[in-house]
Design a protein around this ligand. Structure first.
Ligand code: G3P
Ligand code: CA
Length: 232
């Protein structure tokens, strides 16, 4: 069972910052997940479009220029990073799960990522595009058929993982609260991998591994990897 760092190694560094990304790389995470908003021609890492929870700013990200946003403290003196900075920092170290929270232009993010991937010699196949916005995922897949897709769900649909199969996703990523064995088996029967968020507790890790879950998102990847290694 693979471990992706959730918002970087967000248990030990401020979420969605370069510090959290670097910690996840250092801790040998199999992948790193982070949250992205489109801001003009740029893409930035932040989970909420409102600044108050994760920075010393107040208001909405769209009330500020990029330079103004990058003057805010995102924790421990960290700045809100750009997607290019983060891709460059991770480079080829592990898989890269870009969760699109506020992306309006599918072609723009594909062009942006493809350019950085080429310039920085990052393996293109390390990139996974994920979102709760399934319409956006459909557009990504139609614009770039070889894009790896992670279809997110915070619930357990009546048709289980059918939505992810319809999207030609590689991963269906589901909330730990609602995942059961039937959901896992349905995803696998459809040829999908299943990822589960957010998993930090040993009992959850053991249960999910026993069901054959392929990947978990953890705030503390080093801890999660150690626990998984000690499971039979
Ligand atoms: O990508 C999995 C997970 O990060 C989705 O939920 O709210 O933590 O972005 P959230
Ligand atoms: Ca996320």
């Amino acid at each position: 069972m693979l471990v992706f760092a959730h918002r970087g190694a967000s248990a030990i560094a401020p979420e969605n910052t370069l510090l959290a990304i670097s910690a996840a790389v250092q801790h040998n995470a199999d992948g790193i997940e982070f949250d992205v908003y489109q801001h003009g021609n740029e893409f930035i890492l932040i989970h909420d479009c409102w600044l108050h929870r994760t920075t010393d700013g107040r208001g909405n990200i769209y009330d500020f220029t990029l330079a103004e946003l990058q003057a805010f403290n995102a924790g421990q003196g960290e700045k809100i990073p750009t997607l290019a900075q983060v891709l460059t920092r991770i480079s080829g170290a592990c898989q890269i799960n870009i969760e699109m929270k506020g992306v309006q232009d599918a072609q723009a993010i594909l062009s942006y990522v493809n350019q950085v991937v080429t310039e920085q010699h990052i393996p293109a196949n390390n990139i996974i595009y994920s979102s709760f916005d399934h319409h956006l995922l459909k557009e990504i897949k139609s614009l770039q058929p070889d894009a790896r897709i992670g279809a997110l769900t915070a619930n357990k649909p009546l048709t289980y993982a059918k939505f992810a199969e319809d999207l030609q996703a590689e991963y269906m990523n589901a909330d730990v609260t609602f995942v059961d064995q039937a959901f896992v088996e349905d995803a696998h029967a459809r040829g999908l991998k299943i990822g589960v968020y957010t998993v930090d507790q040993a009992q959850d890790l053991a249960r999910l591994k026993s069901w054959g879950v392929d990947m978990v998102f953890s705030n503390h990847p080093a801890n999660a990897k150690r626990i998984i290694k000690n499971l039979k």
